[in-house]
Design a protein around this ligand. Sequence first.
Ligand SMILES: [Zn+2]
Length: 329
Amino acid sequence: MNERGEQMQESHSVHRLETTVDWPPGNVAGYLVDCDEPVLFDTGMAGDDRREELIADLSEHGYELADVEHLVLTHPHTDHVGQVPAVLDAADPEVYAPAGVEERFERDVDELEAAVRENARLAGVQGGFLDKAVEMSVESLERDRGLLPSDAVDHWLPAGETVEIGPLTAETIHTPGHQADHLCYRTELDGDRVLFSGDMALGTFRPVAMHKGFDHGYEDAISGFYTALDRLGERDVDRVFTGHDQPHAEFDEVVERDREGLDHLLERTAEALENGSGETAVDIAYQRSGDRNMEYLVIETASALAHLEAEGVVTGETDEHGVRRYETA
Ligand SMILES: [Zn+2]
């Protein structure tokens, strides 16, 4: 019996396939479930050198790209769908993606531009930064739908259902907040309840609430994130295969940590208004940014302010320049 066959008899090994990213934490992971019909959850970062990393990782476990029979995506960010083209070039897998992605990828570019311009301006983004924000959101859409062509997807997976993924039976858990369509996949492997969690329930940090970027609906990022954590919190999970850093078994703890992280974000945002150190999303995000990427923090802060406003904690008014200014209610 070959090496792979021996492993199969013992257990469904899950192999972590790491590619490099240029932002913290510096790595992103896909996972290959070793079984009759190999299943790959997420593919890693885009780029030719990353493709070589993925191929090298696969070959360490006795696999090549051509062996992938089922390809499952958690969410359409470049560092997760980046090597879909490489897999499709080499293999002919069944492809599974969250149902919400299909419609998101059909977003009209002119409408997206107009929405982002309006919403980023509301947040206080101005001048060249505003043009940049608009440009970046169009680039992201075009890049991500180029990497994961809709016509390559065989199964648009509904949220909150039990689905068959080749040899696996999995529950799809809709976990918006980081990304609006994000699905986590819960399944059982050798008696363990495992979660392929994408960018949720990470062992080392809470992912930024980017949700829909600055497209319409950005203001639901925080409430969506809380809903996602509620859904996750109701599940029993023994082991989490995360999209960044190492898999872990601290599921309940990290779900709670992320809930506290959101609470803290809302508290700090409300405090900044109260102590008069800012009145727009940009003002407040700037205070938080340190050496981190401002762009995503502004989106997160704008949605935090919208959340606080909906809860009646703060009030907002849009000025003559289209900038929304907040104060404590
Ligand atoms: Zn992501």
